[in-house]
Ligand binder design. Structure first.
Ligand SMILES: C[S@@+](CC[C@H](N)C(=O)[O-])C[C@H]1O[C@@H](n2cnc3c(N)ncnc32)[C@H](O)[C@@H]1O
Length: 263
């Protein structure tokens, strides 16, 4: 059953970080009201057949913070429940997209019980147009049975009329961006990755239903687009608000008038 929230679209949504459950909140929004969704859901990393994260051996890596899960989500759902949840989230995002919109859905493939788990159960049936490889600096899942995984994937799930902004296709489909090491959130997007995505589209209103520390909102703001962020944890919501405020005064990622792109 859908819990009716006392919120009016667009007034209570646009340029806001909404603190709550993303499915509940997306369900209150009208069809075809956003241009773009960019998101990275919890990866369910603690539901694992055994790797560095589960064993608490994160080493020096920032992502070792994920050993503890998120503030209000333990990242440990039964596998089938997780798949069903993520498919519901994608269905809602897809319903909210305009006919020329797209979803950039970031996820991580991993080896479970010796076999590649490539997340196809989540995206099966959605119109995936392209997979972008986000090559990170190094990795954390050391295992003698396979090479150290160093990339994540971004599924570009596009409605038929979606096109990129002029010239953006020349970025190609393998992107190098170093993970953000200066964020107290355990799994933030690097801002320049999201800047790349937003600036590669003509989107005016951008949704991130798992907005974490508000990186999508900040990148949208820098590019003078509108955003809607949804995040379960009150602590991350207030972290995002502070970050957005600070960026309105002086963009933290500007140096000599230029934004940093992939390193
Ligand atoms: C991978 S992180 C996103 C990080 C974000 N991309 C950033 O740059 O900071 C996933 C986020 O989803 C949030 N989350 C978990 N369950 C949620 C739910 N049901 N609704 C909204 N957010 C949720 C977690 O608290 C976590 O901050």
């Amino acid at each position: 059953m859908i819990k009716k929230l006392d919120m009016i679209f667009p007034k209570d949504y646009v340029d806001k970080i909404i603190c709550g459950d993303c499915l509940e909140i997306m369900k209150q929004m009208p069809d075809e009201c956003i241009d773009l969704a960019i998101t990275s859901p919890p990866y369910n990393l603690k539901n694992s057949t055994g790797n560095g994260l589960k064993n608490g051996k994160g080493g020096k890596w920032a992502n070792a913070a994920l050993i503890n899960g998120y503030k209000d989500h333990d990242d440990n759902m039964p596998y089938n429940e997780y798949i069903e949840w993520q498919r519901k989230c994608l269905s809602e995002m897809f319903r909210l997209l305009k006919t020329d919109g797209a979803i950039f859905y970031n996820h991580k493939w991993r080896v479970q019980a010796g076999l590649l788990q490539d997340r196809r159960e989540i995206i099966d049936g959605f119109p995936v147009r392209q997979i972008i490889i986000w090559r990170r600096k190094g990795g954390i899942n050391f295992n003698k049975g396979y090479f150290l995984p160093t990339y994540e994937v971004i599924y570009m799930i596009a409605k038929k009329k979606f096109v990129l902004s002029k010239g953006a296709n020349s970025y190609g489909d393998v992107w190098d961006f170093t993970q953000d090491m200066n964020n107290i959130h355990p799994a933030p997007f690097p801002i320049d990755l999201i800047y790349r995505i937003v600036s590669s589209t003509n989107a005016k209103l951008i949704l991130d239903p798992f907005s974490g520390s508000g990186t999508t909102a900040v990148a949208s703001l820098l590019l003078k687009r509108n955003y809607i962020g949804i995040e379960l944890s009150k602590e991350y919501c207030s972290l995002s608000e502070k970050r957005i405020k600070r960026n309105k005064k002086s963009p933290e990622y500007m140096k000599e008038g230029e934004l940093f792109f992939g390193k």
